[in-house]
Design a protein. Structure first.
Length: 317
């Protein structure tokens, strides 16, 4: 009876401790505005694949509102670009979304904002590109650049998900009690979804170019050139995560990843960066970077070194 009770207990704990967790993989620059705005009314434009939400001031200028604004023009432009980009972006991964994507357009802030929650089919962008965007990216059209970038996150990270949409990982654990000593021993293992910083952000820049909305500008080339000539590039270990990035290091993650994608396109073909997602989506791996060797035949660190040497030769020639 004790043996059966112990076995049943172990089985029950193992089953109950195995669960799927919602994905918390948020691709972001900034998060929401810091203030609530009860002075705004919200409206929605619905298209075949998107819902675009935008705000309009409740009080007009005629009613004494000196800060009146409407985001309707930006919302209509957003809806147009969104429908144009849907097909080519999904084709990059042969992964066609079944759900409508919600886009929240902010027009009541002076800051650049853009983030995505892929598992929620949610995108937020600001109508204002802020003060540093053009300095870092050059002469870009803001709406199309940021919107296609964020939508690239939705499609690429869903294609990359080994556990299915909306699931960020699995945690398996259990407790053991021998029925004699009044002590339980437990263990837990986590199997979480993952994607490196350079691939997710650099990829979003690259896929935006692949679909005709982005390009490698002179400002980007200046950034990456001086980064390498001054020996400030993120190392192979550093460019994996966005955590602890200060100053321009966050932007370097975007630009290095984008540059690396262009290098791989020249060496292995235009579909290479997207194939990494499809390969990882086949099944969870301890190390995401192992997909690179499976796709290209060359391990990730060797390719990083090859790309670094390629850039140094180019910029010192």
């Amino acid at each position: 009876m004790k043996l059966m009770n112990r076995t049943m207990k172990l089985a029950a704990f193992a089953l109950l401790a195995t669960f799927a967790t919602w994905s918390t993989d948020v691709q972001a620059k900034l998060f929401w505005s810091n203030y609530n705005h009860p002075d705004l009314d919200w409206y929605t434009i619905e298209t075949e694949h998107f819902r675009v939400h935008y705000a309009v001031s409740k009080k007009s200028k005629e009613e004494g509102n000196s800060h009146y604004f409407t985001a309707e023009w930006g919302a209509r432009k957003t809806a147009k670009i969104a429908e144009e980009m849907w097909q080519p972006m999904c084709e990059e991964f042969n992964y066609f979304l079944k759900e409508r994507v919600d886009i929240v357009l902010l027009n009541h802030t002076d800051y650049l904002e853009g983030f995505t929650v892929p598992s929620f089919d949610f995108i937020e962008v600001s109508a204002n590109p802020g003060g540093y965007f053009y300095r870092m990216r050059g002469r870009m059209e803001w709406f199309s650049d940021v919107l296609v970038h964020e939508f690239a996150h939705v499609v690429s990270l869903k294609a990359n998900a080994p556990f299915g949409e909306g699931t960020g990982g699995l945690e398996v654990g259990g407790l053991y009690s021998n029925g004699i000593v009044n002590t339980d021993a437990g263990v837990s293992f986590s199997f979480m979804d993952s994607d490196p910083f350079w691939w997710s952000e650099g990829g979003a820049e690259y896929w935006s170019e692949q679909t005709g909305y982005n390009w490698w500008t002179a400002a980007r080339d200046h950034n990456i050139r001086m980064t390498f000539l001054e020996n400030r590039q993120l190392t192979y270990e550093e460019w994996v995560t966005r955590i602890d990035k200060r100053g321009f290091d966050g932007e370097r993650g975007y630009q290095q990843g984008y540059s690396f994608a262009l290098y791989l396109r020249e060496r292995f073909g235009p579909d290479t960066f997207g194939q990494f997602a499809l390969e990882y989506g086949k099944g969870w791996r301890i190390e995401w970077e192992s997909v690179i060797k499976d796709v290209t035949g060359v391990d990730a660190e060797t390719l990083y070194n090859d790309w670094s040497e390629y850039l140094m030769e180019r910029y010192t020639a």
